[in-house]
Design a protein around this ligand. Structure first.
Ligand SMILES: Cc1ncc(COP(=O)(O)O)c(C=O)c1O
Length: 292
């Protein structure tokens, strides 16, 4: 069998590593649409360490939009590295109570935000929508152009909202397999992906969710995950992030060891970036064993 890495972590339009990987894929058509519709401002939602918040702030600065980030919970000063970055890109940071944040899709909450900040192209938390899926499909088109997609291909990807995985499933159009590795605990991911696919009017079944590699839940870790991340970086010269891609690669390697892949399978692991999260992670858990 072969293991290939799709290095989307190297996909960034500037030196700014916050706008790379699946963020570039997911934002591309959203930014095009926002420009075409005449919006000058982008507004989105996220947690205080969100890769999506960091990416949208960078994207806004790069392409001339002002940005508003609605952050779950209270303000903590000094700003953590993610929010400091967002602030430096000019993002207006607004904190929302956890209870209101849960209602952020409701028309009344959105109306109040518009009243306060003015008209804005609104992206959901994590940036997952139909335009995001369209951008991710291009990742598969590149793999096809590199002739690595055939019936033996198995594309492995990390899941948060499931949008990146859904875009890959659409791009694969029934060929090969897709495996999703949730970074969060819980059994909701398959339902999320199904719903995203249904929204595109399609229902492929060549995909599975590998739910055993969340290491306790979102942003949780265990010593063996940190060791894996550090060893991986030293052995292959590829840095992983502690929240998403380290869990993904750990899971793929574990499944290989367990003989879960058929002989001849071509495993294509998508490195979705997320390296900006390392600094915030170090801030919370210390630099011992850090991949940086
Ligand atoms: C680096 C990285 N990889 C993977 C994911 C998961 O993407 P999705 O939310 O589309 O499932 C995210 C964000 O959510 C991410 O930041």
């Amino acid at each position: 069998m072969q293991v290939l890495i799709k290095r989307d972590d190297l996909l960034h339009p500037s030196d700014d590593l916050c706008f790379c990987g699946n963020k570039w894929r997911k934002l591309k058509y959203n930014l095009i649409q926002a420009k075409a519709a005449g919006y000058q401002q982008l507004l989105t939602f996220g947690g205080a360490y969100s890769n999506h918040i960091a990416a949208l702030a960078s994207a806004g600065k790069l392409f001339g939009f002002s940005t508003v980030g609605i952050i779950r919970g209270e303000e903590h000063l000094p700003l953590n590295p993610t929010l400091q970055h967002a602030h430096e890109q000019g993002m207006h940071i607004h904190y929302m109570s956890r209870s209101e944040f849960r209602r952020k899709q409701e028309a009344e909450v959105l109306r109040q935000l518009e009243e306060r900040f003015g008209p804005a192209y609104v992206l959901p938390e994590g940036g997952t929508n139909a335009s995001a899926l369209q951008g991710v499909e291009e990742l598969v088109a590149e793999l096809r152009a590199q002739t690595v997609i055939d019936e033996r291909a198995c594309v492995a990807v990390s899941c948060g909202t499931g949008g990146t995985m859904a875009g890959i499933i659409l791009g694969m159009a029934g060929q090969g397999q897709v495996m999703g590795f949730p970074a969060l605990k819980g059994d909701f991911m398959a339902g999320e992906v199904e719903q995203l696919l249904a929204g595109e009017g399609t229902k492929w079944d060549n995909w599975t969710i590998q739910a055993d590699y969340h290491f306790g839940g979102y942003a949780k870790h265990k010593p063996e995950l940190v060791k894996f991340m550090v060893d991986f970086s030293q052995q292959y010269g590829v840095k992983l992030d502690p929240i998403y891609t380290s869990k993904l690669f750990y899971g793929v390697f574990d499944l290989i060891e367990k003989g879960a892949f058929e002989v001849g399978t071509k495993v294509i692991v998508v490195h979705t970036g997320g390296l900006q999260g390392i600094r915030g992670w170090e801030e919370r858990f210390g630099t011992g064993g850090s991949p940086l």
